[in-house]
Design a protein. Structure first.
Length: 346
């Protein structure tokens, strides 16, 4: 009986290892504070509980650049791998977040806006403070010069002029970080998590990795111009629901097709083709933010199209698709498609 039980445990461990070695999760935070907007904040105690969960459950918390370089090369990563990120470089990152992270000896990345730092805006850290954190192990990375909507053209601006302006924004910001900190990771977190096809092409042309705010896990087949992160602040900070996300796996997709993520279409369609499909069709489900279940149409055994049942309002929306991971209780494959519905889209 004992030998049979041990065989089962070893078999389950091998399943977990083989299903996790090419996948990881990136967590996104803004504020560690109880005084700032709750929608983008997490308290110190809640933040500690997140990190304690990672430690207790033997998660491998790694630097973001190391993780992404490994995945790009198709290299294996340890099971249960996580990277921690912060957007905007708020001053509470050094006063409240950093001491907690350092107590756990966890690496992390802060995406900053160099022009706002140069302007000495009171709510962001100074270059001196960022240098201090970098010396203590933080990676400082690019969030654009001053947190503009990068995909938007200015009035009367041509596509060529937009391309040149945004290219200057990104490369200048990277150069300022290199000058002040010494880092040159070429990671760009999109302000507001918004991007379109043109911006993704620009980021690829410049040799950067583009990172959004839509949810999901990352893997070797992920699109490195639009990597997902799980927000872990505000309503998403509840550890009961965050646990499921931390254990998420990416779908293995061959192609993902849609017209554009910034679009005038109010019922946009995304079509997913899976190169591996270790789940049944009836286990695959998609939900539309604020609209309930999405409409699914299976085109063949491995290809499905997803559309909202009703028209989406102007602004940001999202389709979230999941399916259970076979033989791993409570774990799900996860794909998120962000939309910005805009009447002014090209």
């Amino acid at each position: 009986m004992f030998a049979k039980k041990m065989t089962h445990i070893i078999w389950l461990a091998l399943i977990l290892m083989t299903q996790n070695v090419f996948a990881a999760v990136i967590l996104q935070y803004h504020h560690v504070s109880e005084k700032l907007p709750a929608v983008t904040s997490v308290s110190s105690e809640t933040f500690k509980s997140h990190l304690q969960y990672l430690k207790t459950n033997n998660f491998n918390v790694v630097p973001l650049d190391t993780l992404l370089n490994n995945l790009k090369e198709g290299e294996k990563v340890s099971a249960n791998t996580v990277a921690i990120t912060f957007d905007d470089g708020y001053d509470n990152n050094i006063t409240d977040a950093a001491p907690i992270l350092e107590a756990f000896n966890y690496p992390y990345t802060i995406f900053v806006n160099p022009q706002l730092i140069d302007e000495q805006q009171s709510y962001v850290m100074t270059w001196d403070q960022l240098r201090t954190l970098a010396k203590r192990g933080a990676l400082i990375a690019n969030h654009s010069a001053k947190h503009d909507y990068l995909h938007k053209r200015l009035p009367g601006e041509s596509q060529t002029q937009w391309y040149a302006r945004i290219s200057r924004d990104i490369t200048w910001s990277e150069q300022r970080i290199k000058e002040e900190i010494g880092h040159n990771a070429k990671l760009l977190a999109y302000p507001y998590g918004e991007f379109n096809n043109a911006l993704q092409r620009l980021v690829s042309d410049l040799g950067y990795t583009g990172i959004g705010q839509h949810s999901g896990a990352v893997g070797v087949t992920s699109d490195f111009t639009r990597l997902p992160r799980f927000p872990a602040s505000g309503i998403y900070s509840n550890l009961k629901t965050l646990k499921t996300k931390i254990h998420a796996h990416p779908f293995t997709t061959g192609t993902v097709k849609y017209s554009d993520s910034v679009t005038a279409e109010t019922k946009p369609i995304v079509t997913l083709t899976f190169t591996e499909k270790p789940f049944k069709k009836n286990q695959f489900a998609c939900f539309v933010s604020g609209k309930g279940a999405a409409e699914l149409r299976w085109l063949n055994e491995h290809t499905v199209s997803v559309v909202s049942p009703t028209h989406l309002p102007s602004g940001r929306s999202r389709y979230n698709c999941t399916a259970p991971v076979k033989n791993v209780s409570g774990a799900f494959y996860w794909y998120s498609q962000p939309w910005v519905i805009s009447k002014n889209s090209p």
